[in-house]
Design a protein around this ligand. Sequence first.
Ligand code: BMA
Length: 310
Amino acid sequence: MNYDFVTRYAGNPVIKPSDLAHLPGGCNSVFNSAVTRFGAGYKAILRVEKPTGFTSLLVADSEDGRHFDVHPDPILLPENEEQALYEEAVYDARITQIDDTYYVCYAAESVYGCAVALASTQDFKTFTRYGCIAEPINRNLVLFPEKINGKYFRLDRPFQSDFVHTGSIWLMESPDLIHWGRPKCVMESRRFAWDKAKIGAGAPPIKTDEGWLCVYHGTSPLCNSLTYRLGVAILDLEQPWIVKHRAQAYILGPAEEYERIGDCPNVCFINSAIPYFEEDRLDLYYGGADTVMCLASCKISELIQFAKEC
Ligand code: BMA
């Protein structure tokens, strides 16, 4: 079995802080960014942190998914009292296209802790906001790209205060994307494994003949921090709470300097995976060391084989 089938983009990091130094207030870090196809090109929602520590989400355009033009004005800032209370700081977006609408899932921090919130857009200029769709503590919300048996589905990661040793991926269903229920635990961390501490959904699931292809992040505690790596699992198409396959080994972990060294060392954290089925290719967009935005690619067929055989 080939354990080395994911190839980093030669131009990594795709975006680094110095590329955005011209933004008002400068740029400390740009990472954990979501990318989606849009028209003939791409849109991205970047997590940009200023030297003040202010976290913002910025939209970027790209023609090729490798070079991005960043719009300077943050999106999803609080616009009313409720948002000011529950969505004080927003970050770690994931984008799922359902029909002609792009749904943006994101972490929303407040005095109560971190929750997950939802917004939608068709043009990445104006957003309809639905507010938080889980109470704290919750992160890593992703939507499935289509209804399954008439219901919307999502993955998320609720967790308790003993954060190092808990944190599993859960699933819920909804008739309307607002009201959610029937929670089920889909995947837990594994003892003595690379994902032995908390795990979280990464890229929105991708439909394949074998099932829903999910690239997620898993963590291992070091003496004083967590290492974040990427893993792969395949969920049943009809009953997505059933894990059909889950690779034992990770598919990508910190190795390059830009993944090892940064504001949070040893972090590969994924928010998007874009499939090109005709070319048998999957592009993985991930944050490096909470500082830069990176890209890696693999063959979809090899990723599926790895999930099944590793
Ligand atoms: C997680 C999230 C991510 C971050 C990661 C590593 O809990 O906060 O945004 O990339 O930790 O610091």
